[in-house]
Design a binder for this molecule. Structure first.
Ligand code: HEM
Length: 529
């Protein structure tokens, strides 16, 4: 009797548990449906444009995200074939972006920052809330310092920058004529660039601390390109697999409401937050010291001192905010510049006669200035300039550029309505690969830009720097740093790509990166700077 009632009890319990689970499952399915529908229903305000990278309206976002993560280039190419110069919406999974034809850029350039914001878009697309660059949403103080203070003072910085770069090259590359070494260009050139970045952003005495220079490229590694190299290495005829991952690359696959939590499962997040802390630990006391002791120079030379001098609001005067902004600038400065240097050297290694022509041009200017490079001298190298521009044309920093967050409703001259909260961008390859603008656009023709706009100038056909008032404010500095490294390398070394070919660039989501696994043999020549 007792056993029967126990069995009855168990049956009843199992039944109610099953019923409970059933109900729960039904609720779960309903919740999923609501979630899917919520994302599928066009929001009020989104323009009625064709959508690319979405196979059907209820497609789960994860699939859209994965496709964008791995096949961005193809997606944009197919969309270009299909829609030509007409606007369309790109579904990335994490956000929708309206792709506008590059011909609209002059009109968009007329709009003020209250109407379209670059900083908001950058913070959003680079997951500022987990990568630490969200501060750029709140202020453009760092951009002002870069444009109004550091760029005009660049001519005075060329000599010390060059000296630091020369020392770093001498430390890392063969010095005896005929000696060779195998290097990974991106890894090594970013160290050379970091010497100049440390000087310009942090100034003395911080820039003389090797730890700060190291922070410059380690920080960028994890926060801008979010690079982490996992090396699975085993000896005895084994495969060496090096995989590049990034925080942004991984977290873009995760729904935004989970990102702040899930990111802590990644070891790279821990390393990134240690780097941010290291920057704060070093920079904040230095800012306090400089404030307390007063700035030595009437005309400061570095970003930190300019921030101390120019800061007006509480936010701009706050040492912690200043340190964060310098960290954000560091992120934007190092790998982007090193990528161009690596690309140029790789392209020259495959074209010995072009390398000789560039070397001859550099040699003549070098002799003319008796070995003392100036900003003017660096800007009198039209052939090198052209090779840099051609390299950047074929490898833009991203597959979409000129991205903006729309801050208020507006109607463009074409009748297209843009709405507050919408994101817009353009695809540079529609212009930079247009055969009407560039003959054989797929081919690298190093000297094709001679006589045209120099590398450092904004050019709406190439969009290396974006465009308009919010085009890259670091372009003059980037141009000078890259050339200082290039003239040194071109005069002193011969190069040979291992395998005699350039590895394909890495494309992750919209970002493109010089392949970090490319290897180069360098041989010291008899020349010296
Ligand atoms: C070859 C190297 C570089 C390339 C290709 C590059 C490219 C770009 C591009 C395409 C933009 C977006 C512009 C737009 O949307 O119109 C940008 C923004 C920016 N860049 Fe650069 N950049 C480089 C080097 C640098 C350097 C060296 C610095 C700092 C010293 C820097 C600081 C910035 C900042 C702060 C922004 C954001 C501006 C804003 O939000 O208003 N960049 N860069």
């Amino acid at each position: 009797m007792a056993i029967e009632s126990l069995a009855d009890g168990l049956r009843a319990l199992t039944f109610s548990l099953a019923e409970y689970l059933n109900r729960y499952a039904v609720l779960l399915v309903l919740a999923c449906l609501v979630h899917l529908c919520w994302h599928a229903i066009p929001r009020g305000g989104m323009p009625k444009l064709p959508v690319t990278n979405r196979t059907f309206r209820l497609e789960p976002q994860l699939i859209t995200r994965i496709r964008w993560g791995f096949w961005a280039k193809n997606i944009l190419h197919q969309a270009h074939v299909k829609y030509g110069d007409k606007p369309y919406v790109l579904a990335r999974g994490d956000m929708k972006v309206t792709i506008l034809p590059a011909s609209m850029i002059p009109e968009l350039n007329q709009l003020s920052a209250d109407v379209v914001s670059t900083r908001k878009f950058h913070a959003q697309t680079l997951l500022g809330h987990i990568t630490g660059i969200d501060i750029v949403r709140e202020t453009g103080f760092h951009v002002k310092v870069l444009l109004n203070r550091l760029s005009p003072a660049l001519p005075q910085q060329i000599e010390p920058m060059g000296r630091r770069i020369s020392t770093a090259v001498a430390r890392a590359m063969p010095q005896t004529p005929g000696d060779t070494a195998i290097i990974k260009p991106l890894d090594l050139f970013v160290e050379f660039v970091s010497e100049a970045v440390a000087l310009m952003l942090y100034g003395s005495p911080l820039c003389d601390d090797p730890e700060i220079v190291r922070l410059c490229h380690r920080h960028t590694r994890s926060s801008e390109f979010k690079v982490l190299i996992i090396r699975t290495c085993s000896r005895n005829h084994s495969l060496t697999i090096e995989t590049v991952f990034t925080i942004v690359f991984l977290m873009r696959f995760v729904p935004s409401y989970l990102q702040s939590t899930v990111v802590w499962l990644l070891p790279w997040k821990w390393s990134l937050s240690r780097t941010w802390k290291a920057i704060q630990d070093v920079v904040v006391p230095e800012i306090r010291r400089r404030k307390c002791e007063g700035l030595n120079d009437e005309e400061p030379q570095d970003a930190i001192s300019w921030m101390i001098k120019d800061g007006k609001t509480d936010l701009e005067q706050d040492p912690k905010i200043q340190a964060k902004l310098v960290g954000a600038l560091t992120s934007g400065a190092t790998f982007s510049t090193a990528g161009v240097v690596s690309g140029v050297i790789a392209n020259l290694s495959m074209r010995p006669s072009l390398l000789m022509e560039i070397r001859e041009e550099v040699r003549q200017v070098y002799d003319h200035v008796e070995g003392h490079w100036t900003n003017n001298a660096l800007n009198s190298l039209p052939k090198l300039d052209s090779v840099m521009k051609e390299t950047a044309r074929l490898t833009p920093a991203a597959m979409v550029l000129y991205s903006r967050h729309v801050e208020e409703d507006l109607t463009l001259s074409t009748g297209l309505r843009l709405h507050k909260g919408q994101n817009i961008t353009t695809v540079p390859m529609t212009r930079s690969m247009d055969p009407e603008t560039y003959r054989h656009p797929d081919m690298f023709e190093g000297l094709r830009h001679c006589g045209g706009q120099p590398f450092r100038n904004v050019d709406n056909d190439v969009l290396t720097w974006g465009s308009g008032r919010w085009a890259c404010p670091g372009r003059f500095v980037a141009n000078a740093m890259a050339k200082l490294v290039l003239v040194k390398l071109v005069l002193e070394y011969d190069f040979r790509l291992i395998g005699n070919k350039k590895l394909p660039d890495v494309v992750m989501h919209e970002f493109t990166l010089f392949n970090p696994f490319t290897k180069l043999e360098v041989r010291r020549r008899n020349e010296g700077l």
